[in-house]
Structure formats: C-alpha cells, structure tokens
Design a protein around this ligand. Structure first.
Ligand SMILES: Cc1cc2nc3c(=O)[nH]c(=O)nc-3n(C[C@H](O)[C@H](O)[C@H](O)COP(=O)(O)O)c2cc1C
Length: 189
C-alpha cells in the first residue's frame, strides 16, 4: 500500500513539475551585442513585446577607447570572429531567435558573427535588428541573414534602425511591423 502511495505521489509530482516548467518556458530569445546602449535599448523593447528571454553578448576583446574602436571597425570589416563569454541561455531551447547588432561600417559586430557561427539556427524562426547612426543597419541585417542561411535569408524579418528611428513613437510602430513579419514567417513554416 505504501509503495502504491509513493508511486502515485511521484507520478503526480512529475506531472505537475513538467506542467509548471513548460508553462514558464519562453519561445523567443533576443540575442544581441551593444557597445553604446542603442541596440540594448531596442533589445529590451523587443523582449517586452515578444515576452522573450534576453541574452547580451559580451565580447572579450576591448571595443572602447581609440584602440578598441579601431579594432572594432577593422574586425567588423574583415568579418573576423572574436571570443565571447558563455551564454546564460541555450538558443537550442527556443523556436524564435531575434538577433541584434550595431552596424559597424555596415557590418555586424564580431560578437554577433561569432554567435551566429557557433549555433545552428537554420531551423529557427529568425528576426534581425540593427542600429546605426545614419547608414548601414540594413546591410548589417542582410549580412546576418546570409550568414545564417543564404537559402532562407530573404524570408527573415528585418528591423534596421537609424538613431532617428529610436524616438519612442516611431520605434513602437516599427516593432509592431516587425512582430507582424515574424508572425507571418511562423505561419509559413
Ligand atoms: C566602429 C564603428 C563603426 C560604425 N560605423 C557606422 C556606420 O557605418 N554607419 C552609421 O550610421 N553608424 C556607424 N556607427 C555608429 C553605430 O552604428 C551606432 O551608434 C549604433 O547605434 C551603436 O549601437 P550600440 O549603441 O548598441 O553600440 C559606427 C560605430 C562604431 C563604433
């Protein structure tokens, strides 16, 4: 009798454990690099809009100061990878990955290139966002798309932003359009 009771207890316990764990699982992960905070701000808004987990990539190489800025530009233009700190979240656990980068001479930042090259993302729903001062965010998102999958690149939702676009009302509108594009992509898969 005691054994039956213990077995029933364990079955009920594991059932509720699975239900509770699944209920708190998120489907969307926002992964981004930001040196000066603009891409970070967009990533936070996206995480709110999509009820997503969020992962900020940390480049082990110094990217600030005169030397750091020079190496940032040089590495981005040369399509170099870098060393990034281990991630807190596992991208394999999510079905939608939103990836963000600052545009460095119209290229993605090396930390983002490293992330894309480290993970197999072709079976995910992908959204790509980038911030720039005036020109280059569209090229950076295109570059990310092609690096993930040349075949699927054209279908990935994009959110290229200039600093002018970061004004509250305008950003909210663009995020809504991005959400619609992601939802359309999910329906097509
Ligand atoms: C090395 C480097 C290269 C950059 N190249 C461009 C560029 O080609 N076009 C542009 O409009 N802004 C350029 N910027 C500005 C950044 O793209 C812009 O400030 C971006 O929003 C920064 O993102 P963050 O604040 O998340 O780091 C560059 C900045 C750096 C540090």
């Amino acid at each position: 009798m005691k054994r039956i009771f213990t077995a029933c207890f364990l079955i009920v316990f594991f059932f509720f454990h699975i239900v509770i764990t699944r209920a708190s699982d998120k489907e969307v992960l926002v992964v981004y690099f930001s040196r000066d905070g603009h891409t970070h701000m967009v990533a936070q808004k996206l995480a709110e809009a999509f009820d997503a987990d969020i992962e900020r990539l940390r480049d082990q190489k110094e990217r600030t100061g005169m030397i750091g800025t020079l190496s940032a530009g040089k590495d981005a233009m040369a399509h170099n990878v870098t060393e990034i700190e281990p991630l807190a979240n596992n991208p394999n656990d999510y079905s939608v990955i939103l990836i963000g980068t600052p545009a460095w001479f119209s290229n993605m930042a090396p930390a983002v290139r490293t992330f894309i090259e480290q993970f197999h993302l072709t079976d995910k729903t992908i959204g790509l966002f980038s911030t720039c001062h005036r020109i280059g965010a569209d090229k950076a998102t295109q570059q990310m798309a092609e690096l993930i999958s040349a075949e699927k690149a054209a279908g990935y939702a994009r959110l290229p932003l200039t600093h002018h676009d970061l004004e509250e009302g305008m950003l909210a509108e663009k995020i809504k359009q991005f959400e619609s594009a992601i939802n359309a992509q999910r329906l097509n898969e």
